[in-house]
Write a protein of this length. Sequence first.
Length: 257
Amino acid sequence: MNQHRILMTLIILSSFWTSTSYAEATSPDSTRNAMPELTIYHLEGRRSERLVWLMEELNLPYNLVFERGSLAGSMAKIKAVNPDMPMAPTVTLGAQVLVESGAIIELLLGRYAPNELHPPIDSNEYASYLMWMHYAEGSLAARLIADYRIWLKEPPTERSRLVDSEATVQFAENYLDKNAWFGGEDFSAADIMMLFPLTLATSLNIVDEAQFPKIALWKEKVVARPAYKRMLEKARPDGMIGMLPKLPSHAPAGPRR
Ligand SMILES: N[C@@H](CCC(=O)N[C@@H](CS)C(=O)NCC(=O)O)C(=O)O
């Protein structure tokens, strides 16, 4: 009887150890691959913050290059490494020079932290996650900036027939009405991609902030994250600099023609 008990205890203990080492085997660090040196060329308050924030969320090393308090000085540093397409972010990953924040995030996660900051690849949420990853720049930022540039010269008197800024932001609001984050149940890199254009939309008065309460609540959660705060300390030490002018007015509310 005693021998049986000892045997059972050993079986239970060994299965406990097996599941512990399985948990360790699937923990983030053990699925990560070695990353070449990453340098982020940065403009304060601009899209390059996404990459600083990503690295802070992942707790991975990076170099950050910018001239504090000077967008022109920081841009000169970008031009020195990337004269063909001087944009922020520009990164060097090993010897390669890259632009496009969304592509860089997908590359870094896919190669070096494959199980982190996105839903499981075979879930419906992954499809939504990937949609928002691309929507952030492909539709949202593109239409916000197009409307901003036009309305700065000529304030709009009616909404466009084409999908306009308000419609692109409303689509995000509707998703957040049913989902906590842009990757579904959990924070993901899609939230990192979406914050910049959604902040641009309201801070430049391209849309009416009061119309989007779910986005406002989501922003509060996002900016409370410790990794976001670490990003601010390192990448925006003096607050926002070189703000573009706010629009005096945006398109009037109401349905599109
Ligand atoms: N789609 C690009 C956009 C990059 C971009 O336009 N960055 C702005 C700063 S937020 C920039 O470098 N602008 C410089 C310019 O337009 O001359 C991305 O997501 O990385």
